[in-house]
Design a protein around this ligand. Sequence first.
Ligand code: NAP
Length: 285
Amino acid sequence: MELENGRERVALVTGTSSGFGLLTAVELAGLGCRVVATMRKAADKNALLEMAKRAGVESNIDVAQLDVTDESAVETVVAETLARYGAIDVLVNNAGISVGGFVEEVPMEQWRRQMETNFFGLVAVTKAVLPAMRRQGGGTIVNIGSVSGKIGFPGYGPYAASKFAVEGFSESLRHEMSPFGVKVVVVEPGAFRTPIWQKGLASISASPDSPYDAMLRSVTAYSRRAGETAPDPLHVAKLVGKIVRASSPRLRYALGKGSRLTLWTKALLPWAWFERLIRFALSRS
Ligand SMILES: NC(=O)c1ccc[n+]([C@@H]2O[C@H](COP(=O)([O-])OP(=O)(O)OC[C@H]3O[C@@H](n4cnc5c(N)ncnc54)[C@H](OP(=O)(O)O)[C@@H]3O)[C@@H](O)[C@H]2O)c1
């Protein structure tokens, strides 16, 4: 994908070892972007490179090691990308983890790990990229939020808190950057079939004498079913491709099975009714 001056567009994507990040890197490379695909462990690059090879876009992808919680690594990767390609036109803040568990039982260290990755990591990468985008007078920042950034489900307090934070941050940033031609977008997926579900479920503590044991069983059963029956994550990568090509993208894009309906239901129903609906959905799990 070329700009008006014939230069190829440069996209930096975080968390590309699996899931949405991997598929988005391949999608953007397929659209002709030069993709700097970053991941926590560069040794995990095989899945991405194999898929890129099958799609015939391997030569458009450079893999770089980046843990988004490491501020100096963030500065280095951004500086190296700018030195090599002269610009960053697209940033996809995708890296994320899902810490599950009940508020009372989740150790503070896990709360901090959740916010460090999903929120402060995203802020750090964005801040590192902003000066270049502002100076070049354009760019697109796509933050991968979640339906959990609009609705706090029980058993996922840390995750919801991190994604609500992404929503507020993105809204403020959109106002700040629009005078400089930088577009800020939040993608709000519902459940999609990626490894995050298994990783999140594995992190929930399951003590049999927990006062939350019954609720925990409903939540894990619900999450497991959602993870198994969820749609193909390629839809999210395709949507990011569409957003990157759009001249005036919206602030928010919700997608996924029932996501828009759930968001509308929350917006329209009195809170007490919505709360009952959530309790009913969990009781059926
Ligand atoms: N799948 C869903 O249903 C869903 C729904 C809504 C939103 N989301 C969001 O979508 C994004 C991608 O998740 P996914 O579903 O594609 O799950 P995934 O396959 O687990 O991908 C998450 C990616 O983030 C990376 N990551 C985690 N911590 C990192 C760190 N500190 N620095 C750099 N990379 C890190 C992971 O790397 P490692 O392999 O090293 O762990 C992995 O590459 C997340 O922000 C998630 O919250 C997912």
